[in-house]
Ligand binder design. Sequence first.
Ligand code: AMP
Ligand code: ZN
Length: 498
Amino acid sequence: MTEIKLYNTKTRKKEVFTPLDAKDVRMYVCGPTVYDRAHIGNARPVIVFDVLYRLLREVYGADHVRYARNFTDVDDKINATAAARKAAGAAGTLEELVQERTDETIAWYLEDMGALGNLEPDHAPRATEYIQEMVDMSAMLIEQGHAYAAEGHVLFDVTSYENYGSLSGRSVDDMIAGARVEVAPYKRNPMDFVLWKPSDAEQPGWDSPWGRGRPGWHIECSAMAEKLFGKRFDIHGGGLDLAFPHHENEKAQSCACGSEEDFAQVWMHNEMLQVEGKKMSKSLGNFFSVRELIEQGYPGEVIRFVFLGTHYRKPMDWTEKKAKEAEATLRKAAQLFGADTLSKPWCGSLDVPPPQEFVEALASDLNTSLALTLIKRYLKEESESKLASSLKLLGFEVGSLIEAFASFESSSSKNILGESRRGRTFGSTADLDANRLAELAETLRHGRDEAMRTKDFSKVDKLKAALIAAGVEVRMSKESVELSEGVGFDPSKLEDLL
Ligand code: AMP
Ligand code: ZN
């Protein structure tokens, strides 16, 4: 059996991974707070832990691995979004608007993450379905002297758990000294955190021994993980920004009443994603959702390939250049497979295992950048079977690759990704010919619908490439095709396309 090594945040070491039960390997990853579309940073933990899930399934067998990723559907940010919609005149109670928002955001999330080639986890618990477990856990923590009730709140007493701070490597005294948290009068200690808090009549709330209220964020994951996996399980993951306070607090809650051996054995954290060397932020204009990237014409496979190029424990930069390189490599792979690939015996099946060196690259703390180097080597050697099985383990299906890069002939010398797609100033070219763009959008939409039926995307790709070459911003979704003027928009180049 392949030996897997993983870096454990808890011990700050790369360790040989030994599951508690090789017949039931359990991994819990913190999922999104569902109030808005996922931005591309949110996709990083999803892709990283999807690759780990696939590796675990490869090594222990698909039926012996369980992956849980929750939806945080109780949160003040969700309440604030719903309140804003209500203030803007949306019909319904605040609770109904919260429900509407969380439902639609979950559907978007699954669609977007699916488009990036991620498997759906075995468990996708919604926090609202586990409120009783959260109440029970809070009550137990009070009973054991680790929490206290005050003014409708329940707070975890950080001084009651001696290892508080050990996961993120902080001491309680330092935390207090550096704390910028507002000190609520009902807290005994500024670092004490909320397990339960009161809701007003409008906010979502549930009955509890402390009055009508709702859980804090940290207790959600502790309660859901224990309910699904028991007191001890193997891996707990999430982005590095969650290590403190979220994971520190989850661990404290779950270990306080038991032992240090409880809860997750291995803690894993992905580093953060930046855009063109800068932190993503709305004010810099480099903040975009996964959906926006897809609608701009980036195939999900290209996005995934770019993500895998950087080791998960290193900060990752999303750049146009990387997207182009990824696109070129994947297009070459699709060309190598060729249209007859789907009839080849090894294709689409797991019968051909990936080369052992490839599995070992991933088993070495998910060395995806080495894995991509091997992919490029198999591509150069034109070893179709090695390439297909390796790509499959990374989450790329040969069939989808062929579909995404169907127009080998027409676009082989071009990229479907245009120049400088972001940071453009909309409407900066004064004479935007709206009618012409609307007509072309209609042609493109029609061509795309046709291609979905015939599986021949060559015409569509050609038109899309020509539009992009003319500086047109192309946004395609299932429902619509939108064209708008981008930087370098050259209306004269549209003449031939009409
Ligand atoms: P949230 O919905 O904010 O709780 O985030 C969901 C997941 O996305 C968490 O695992 C975060 O750590 C992760 N995440 C958020 N922003 C980034 C980023 N810029 N880079 C990588 N991971 C991120
Ligand atoms: Zn969590």
